[in-house]
Design a protein around this ligand. Structure first.
Ligand SMILES: [Ca+2]
Ligand SMILES: [Ca+2]
Ligand SMILES: [Ca+2]
Length: 421
């Protein structure tokens, strides 16, 4: 029996030590995921950097409070056309009310003839983005602590113009085990053994871009890292989600590239038996994922395996991981077409363009890259998958478009995984 049918109507709002579960009234029924033959069922996991961030606190809530926001409608239609069962949305300003409004006013409303989609379960929690650190983290001689002041985002714990900008939210048709959920918003970068802490090239001391006082508060995660156990029948699949910082917007010290690398490394360590012993979560529990657990790593990792500006090998920490199944790489024809049409940086790329998931600037710019990943553990068989990037002749290409985009500069990436009974 699908838990979409059993739905328990719990919704989580979790922040640090504070967890709140809200019981909602019964929801109208939704179709269960397609019945699978054989043992188990196919579950569609997706990641989508939806660009549902706004330039000021409260604006996203205001935009979603009525059903008419054109960009949000387009995002909702993309979700409805792809119908993931478990969905991470990156770049959604932290606001539990906005997360509910996106469900009620957009996902629950059929867009352009697409079927509504209703997620009985969701999870949202605070993000390090736009949280003032009280330190001069970009070493420009100014400590900026007032939102709205130039340079504020660069001195925040994660880049953002106000607390929670560029956050994330998970929507699920399956129950999320709130008691087993772990967040890693507060984990300090210096507590990762062998952390790639950046160096100030102007001084002889090594790894000293950040002072000891700064490192005492500097968190690894630019947003947050969450381990959300999803209950699928009698099975549990840990949905491991994050949004590592873009490896750019810095100097020769490469502080963002190094952070990006270690934010990705966090999951590589977390899922390796014994590898996560140094990790502690926001509730003070130590250790990584229990060996043998099934998991899906998802998110905009801001790292193409071969192109772009991340530290070489950053994405490979996961792609070449012994416990991760990367035997199937989602792709699209639309990305191949876009790469050829747009030229510029794309002409010198080494990765196959069919794997691109983001349409970035090409002249000048990094060009289109693979940034968004859905990576299952070994033992979760991939049944199908793709990147929602229609070719220009497809009527649905109106949803993805070309710059300035009607929805997002990223594309939705999905995998159908067989979850055994
Ligand atoms: Ca500064
Ligand atoms: Ca130095
Ligand atoms: Ca482009």
């Amino acid at each position: 029996m699908s838990s979409a049918v059993r739905r328990s109507r719990r919704i989580a709002v979790r922040g640090g030590l504070l967890a709140t579960a809200v019981m909602l009234a019964a929801l109208p029924s939704v179709a269960a995921p397609a019945a699978a033959h054989g043992k188990g069922e196919d579950v569609r996991f997706a990641t989508f950097n939806a660009s549902l961030n706004r330039s000021a606190a409260g604006t996203l809530r205001s935009d979603l409070s009525t059903p008419g926001n054109a960009q949000a409608r387009t995002i909702a239609e993309i979700v409805q056309r792809n119908r993931p069962d478990v969905l991470l949305i990156n770049e959604f300003d932290f606001d539990p009310v906005a997360a509910r409004l996106f469900q009620d006013n957009y996902l629950s409303v059929g867009q352009n003839g697409a079927k509504p989609i209703r997620y009985p379960h969701r999870f949202i929690a605070p993000s390090n983005t736009g949280v003032a650190s009280g330190f001069d983290l970009n070493n420009n001689g100014q400590v900026v602590t007032q939102p709205g002041t130039p340079g504020y985002g660069d001195d925040a714990l994660g880049f953002g113009d106000f607390p929670g900008q560029y956050g994330m939210v998970v929507y699920s048709r399956y129950p999320i085990d709130l008691g087993g959920a772990r967040t890693f918003q507060n984990f300090l970068w210096k507590d990762m053994p062998g952390a790639l802490l950046p160096d100030d090239p102007a001084t002889p001391a090594p790894a000293d871009w950040y002072s000891p006082e700064e490192l005492a508060v500097f968190r690894l995660s630019s947003k947050s890292h969450w381990d959300l156990p999803i209950r699928i029948g009698k099975r549990t699949v840990h949905f491991l989600v994050s949004h590592p910082t873009p490896p750019v917007f810095d100097g020769p010290e490469d502080r963002n590239g190094r952070r990006n690398f270690d934010e990705i490394r966090f999951w590589a360590d977390y899922v390796r038996p014994g590898g996560g012993r140094y990790i502690y979560d926001d509730q003070g529990r130590r250790g990584g994922l229990r060996p043998g657990s099934k998991f899906v790593i998802a998110g905009d990792l801001n790292s193409d395996p071969r192109d772009g500006d991340s530290i070489p090998g950053a994405a490979q920490q996961l792609l070449d991981h012994r416990w991760i199944n990367d035997g199937f790489t989602p792709s699209s024809r639309g990305a191949v077409e876009a790469s050829a049409l747009q030229g510029g940086a794309n002409t010198t790329h080494r990765s196959n363009p069919k794997y691109d998931t983001a349409d970035f600037a090409d002249v000048p710019g990094p060009g289109n890259v693979r940034a968004d990943y859905v990576l299952p553990s070994r033992g979760l068989d991939v049944r199908d998958g793709g990147v929602f990037w229609p070719v220009a002749s497809d009527p649905l290409s109106r949803l993805t478009g070309t710059f300035p985009f009607p929805s997002s500069d990223h594309r939705l990436v999905w995998l159908d995984l067989r979850v055994g009974r």
